[in-house]
Design a protein around this ligand. Structure first.
Ligand code: PHE
Length: 336
């Protein structure tokens, strides 16, 4: 083994083989120890010279093994270096990214700002008057049951919708008005398709001679900017206390292309109908104008409220609302 290692200049000798050699020559029962053991039997006169020689041999063997080991280690390092390609692009550290709800909210807001709406923000802790009463929902109005309210105290609620911002905006300004108010809303509701907190974007436009046609046109343009020019839009009659007439807007499902099925199965997002509801809207009810001191004989307007998570689910083909709130990095990093 020693000869073999020597002939290969230590290069092909493994570290394990070197260790075996070290034990064979320098170990407690190794060759050198045996020779040292016999020194005692020599004539006293010969002992110093023989002892000196034995130590020299030990040092020489040690040096040889050490140099082989160093050569071996540097050969291994060279090999590792030859596998290293300094021209490879570096790996970027994960630096976080915007949440898909934020991305969609910013995209929608920028489209509506492009259409001339101003961006406003208001409180999530709201009083009963802005959230309900001024929106044509007096204290015992049955429509209050449409929304499961989280109460902070008797007259203070976590806003159940962003519609209170219609009131705040009309009180803060005067027509012509065009505002959007994105933000968090809260409801006592939690199941597969509802979370106690979610996001809405409110839109409000007030001027003279605003018609249902303006509402339809604005929302159709808006929806096609978000989901693509081929998106179909459907207005269904509905009811909200603060709009008259009211409508809910469905769009053709962006996940299955409105076909209702995906790979031979009912589409998981639109449940096979080909349509998904994305917002509620309508013409401002005269009673709402009265509560902010606007003359309903002079002004007309429209409002709409849109669910941001719903839009994000459609846009990205996500079928489980909980994904947005679990904050699993494997989910979030896909939106980087
Ligand atoms: N605020 C309503 C909701 O939360 C949506 C809506 C807004 C409807 C504006 C009409 C006008 O469901």
């Amino acid at each position: 083994l020693a000869q073999d290692c020597a002939s290969r200049k230590g290069q092909a000798c493994s570290l394990k083989e070197l260790e075996e050699l070290r034990i064979e020559f320098l170990g407690r029962k190794g060759k050198l120890a045996q020779i040292m053991g016999r020194l005692g039997k020599l004539d006293n006169a010969d002992k110093p010279a023989a002892g000196k020689k034995a130590n020299e041999v030990k040092q020489a063997v040690t040096d040889l093994l050490d140099s082989w080991e160093a050569a071996l280690q540097s050969a291994e390092a060279d090999q590792a270096l030859s596998r290293f390609d300094p021209s490879m692009p570096g790996r970027k550290p994960w630096a976080g990214s915007l949440h898909p709800v934020t991305l969609v909210m910013e995209e929608i807001a920028s489209i509506l700002v492009g259409l001339g709406f101003d961006h406003v923000a208001g409180p999530e802790v709201e009083n009963d008057w802005h959230n309900f009463e001024a929106l044509n929902m007096p204290p015992d109005h049955p429509a209050r049951d449409m929304q499961d309210t989280l109460y902070v105290s008797d007259k203070i609620v976590l806003r159940t919708h962003t519609s209170g911002m219609q009131i705040r905006s009309m009180l803060a300004g005067k027509p012509p008005l065009a505002v959007i108010a994105p933000g968090k809303v809260y409801r006592r509701d939690s199941d597969l398709t509802h979370t106690p907190m979610f996001h809405q974007i409110e839109g409000l436009l007030v001027d003279r001679n605003v018609s249902m046609g303006d509402l339809r046109g604005t929302l159709t343009v808006f929806v096609r900017k978000v989901f693509g020019p081929k998106t179909e839009v459907r207005f269904r009659p509905s009811f909200f206390p603060f709009t008259e007439p009211s409508a809910e807007v469905d769009i053709s499902c962006a996940v299955c292309g409105g076909k209702g099925e995906l790979d031979g199965k009912p589409c998981r997002v639109c449940k096979g109908t080909g349509w998904v509801e994305i917002l509620g809207c309508g013409m401002i009810d005269p009673n709402v104008f009265k509560s902010v001191g606007y003359d309903p004989e002079v002004y007309t307007g429209f409002a709409f409220g849109l669910g941001v998570e719903r839009v994000a689910m459609l846009k990205y083909g996500i079928d489980d609302l909980r994904m947005f709130f679990e904050n699993d990095v494997r989910f979030l990093e896909q939106f980087a």
